[in-house]
Structures are given as structure tokens and as C-alpha cells.
Design a protein around this ligand. Structure first.
Ligand code: PEP
Ligand code: MN
Length: 358
């Protein structure tokens, strides 16, 4: 429910009111950017306590709140615009520029990672992706390079100036990953791993939260709320396809989720056309549909030789295909009043690395 406090309520009176609500077992959040002091109050059976809450000192009005989440809600935060999240030193998502994250499904070695970073950056990517802890369906499939892969990511990030995104699969990996990456990715399979959500919520790193293959939009937003409720406001949502009866694609890209999320939440929303389509030939049309639907960015798998990739080669673009994709993305972005963000400024190391590669 939403509680409007009496005007002139002092800090200590507000604190007392929140303590009283907490003693009923409810969580409270004070709405930002509001003219009046507005307290959102959530918890089991909150509706049954309406009369008792109305009687509390300094309560002016109480109205039901139709959603189970507060902090993720656009209405509660009275946010007219999407929240802008800073990534690394000079990259952001949620503003007019689209965030374009490109890179291999898995980090497989230094040369391939470096080659992808060079090509992706030259084509206009603004961040680099690469998994080192891989959630594989089979325990016998390549599980990722682990710490060695993180070191490669940090090295290529240093040389390219591109911030890096990598998946954290377990609460025990969080501290380690914080030292190497700019964005913690929580994968689709872990969208409802509530201990992991709480753990990344206690950090100050942006979190890229992927929608679970069978999660409703409401469950997706509640997963984001778990992170936000711990104090980390930098959550980027990622639609990556859901499981439906359709088998012609790896997953069904829920393009409709993009405008629905944009209505419901102030959090930036990006789309992963690679895991949705499951085949390289579908990545471009799905990516363009996502941008046309209002996505704030894309995360795309790119590999220098997809046929030899240790994971997700079928859906990985070659660097030349990624370059073509970026050209089409730029046109669609312009048509919907967006632009492709400029890559972070070049560093001397980057120039050196390129000269070396020639
Ligand atoms: C990935 O990004 O490589 C990945 C495993 O994604 P998802 O969690 O969406 O399946
Ligand atoms: Mn993958």
C-alpha cells in the first residue's frame, strides 16, 4: 500500500512510523522525487492491516498498491525517464545511446578474446561480454576457464578500454568477480536464485539480470526487486527469450516484454537476440525488432570462428556479421529517436595493441 504522511512530518516521526510498520512485519521504502513524504509498504496481508495503519500517527492517507514490487516500479519512483546506469568509466545504459555488449559466449583464450574486442569495438560495441563460469546443461560440456578467464577479461578490458560483463553463477564467486568485471551478469537459470540476488544486491556493481526461461514479467520484476531491496539500484533487465511450445527457435523472444517493462519499470531493458534465436541467421532480425520495440541496448554473441566455439557457436555472429548488424542497428535506432552510443574513449594501450596486432 501507499501511505502519504501528514505534511510537516519530521525525520524522527517518519522513522517511528516506519518502525511501527516494520513491527507489523512490513517492509517500507520512501518514494524518491515526491513532493510529499510517501511511504510504500509491502508485505504479506498488508491489506488486512489497512485500518490499523490508517490509525497510526502522522498518516494522512492509505491507498492500495496494485503491484507486489515498489523499487522496480516506475510509478512508485515517479520516474518519467529510464534510470541511467553508469558502467565502468565512461559507458552507460538508459540514456539515448544504446548499450551494445558484444563478445563470445565463453572466454576461450587471449587471442580470440582480443580479436573479438578489436572487431567489436571497431564496429561500435560499447562493452565486451565473455563467460568464464558457464551454466551448461551437461556437466560434461565446457564449463568455462574460471579465474584464468577473468584474468584474460581484465587484460583485454585494460587494452581495449571496453568495460566487461561476465556471469556470476554462485554467491561464492561474487567477491572474486568484483575485482575483474564491470557488470555482474545473473543468468537466466539463476533469475530466482534468491541468495545470489541478495548477494549481488549488497554490492555496488551494476547487475545485468536475465529473464528466466519460464519467468513471467511479474516474477522478473520481483527478482529485480530482490537486488534493489538490498540497496543496489543499478539493475539492467535483459529479455533473452522464454520457453514456449515453439521449437523453431531456441527460445521465443518476447518482444512484447520490452514495452511492457518500459511501462512498468524505470530500469533499463536490453535484449539478447542470440540466446533467443539460437541461430546466427535470426540474430539480426531479432536485434532490430528489439531496438524498434524500445530496448535500451543489446547483448550479442560474437566469435572469430563460430564453428570452433566451445559454446553457443551456432548462434554466434562472425565479426563481419556483427559489423553489418551494427549498421542496421544504427538505422533502426535513428528511426526510433535513439543512437548507438559511442565506444569509450580510446586509450594509448589500445592503439599500441592494435599496432602490435597488425
Ligand atoms: C550467456 O549469456 O551466455 C547465457 C548463458 O545466457 P542465458 O543465461 O540467457 O542463457
Ligand atoms: Mn551463450
Amino acid at each position: 500500500m501507499i501511505i502519504v504522511a501528514k505534511s510537516g512530518i519530521t525525520e524522527s516521526e517518519l522513522e517511528r512510523l516506519r518502525d511501527q510498520l516494520a513491527s507489523f512485519g512490513f517492509a517500507t521504502h520512501v518514494a524518491p522525487q515526491s513532493q510529499r513524504v510517501v511511504v510504500g509498504c509491502v508485505g504479506d496481508d498488508v491489506g488486512e492491516r489497512t485500518d490499523a495503519i490508517r490509525q497510526l500517527p502522522n498518516v494522512e492517507s492509505v491507498t492500495p498498491w496494485p503491484r507486489p514490487f515498489l523499487l522496480a516500479s516506475r510509478a512508485f519512483s515517479a520516474a518519467e525517464r529510464t534510470s541511467v546506469i553508469t558502467i565502468g568509466q565512461s559507458c552507460s545504459v538508459g540514456d539515448a545511446g544504446l548499450l551494445i555488449v558484444a563478445g563470445p559466449c565463453s572466454v576461450e583464450g587471449e587471442t580470440m578474446l582480443h580479436d573479438v574486442a578489436v572487431a567489436a569495438r571497431a564496429a561500435g560495441a560499447t562493452a565486451l561480454r565473455g563467460g568464464v563460469f558457464k551454466p551448461r546443461t551437461s556437466p560434461y560440456a565446457f564449463q568455462g576457464l574460471g579465474v584464468a578467464g577473468l584474468e584474460l577479461l581484465a587484460e583485454v578490458r585494460h587494452r581495449s578500454g571496453l568495460p566487461v560483463v561476465s556471469e556470476v553463477m554462485d554467491t561464492r564467486q561474487v567477491d572474486l568477480m568484483l575485482r575483474y568485471v564491470d557488470v555482474l551478469q545473473v543468468g537466466a537459470r539463476n533469475m530466482q536464485n534468491f541468495s545470489l540476488l541478495a548477494e549481488v544486491g549488497r554490492t555496488h556493481k551494476p547487475v545485468l539480470l536475465k529473464r528466466g526461461p519460464s519467468a513471467t514479467i511479474r516474477e522478473f520484476l520481483l527478482a529485480a526487486e530482490h537486488i534493489l531491496a538490498q540497496g543496489n539500484g543499478d539493475v539492467i533487465l535483459c529479455e533473452r527469450g522464454i520457453r514456449t511450445f515453439e521449437t523453431a527457435t531456441r527460445n521465443t523472444l518476447d518482444v512484447g516484454a520490452v514495452p511492457v517493462l518500459k511501462e512498468e519499470t524505470h530500469l533499463p531493458v536490453i535484449v539478447d537476440p542470440s540466446h533467443a534465436g539460437g541461430r546466427a541467421s535470426l540474430v539480426v532480425p531479432l536485434a532490430l525488432a528489439a531496438v524498434a520495440a524500445g530496448a535500451d541496448g543489446l547483448i550479442v554473441e560474437v566469435h572469430p570462428s563460430p564453428e570452433t566455439a566451445k559454446s553457443d557457436g551456432e548462434q554466434s555472429l562472425r565479426p563481419s556479421q556483427f559489423r553489418d548488424l551494427m549498421r542496421s542497428v544504427a538505422s533502426v535506432a535513428r528511426a526510433v529517436g535513439r543512437e548507438v552510443a559511442r565506444p569509450p574513449s580510446r586509450r594509448r594501450q589500445w592503439r599500441e595493441a592494435r599496432c602490435h596486432a597488425r
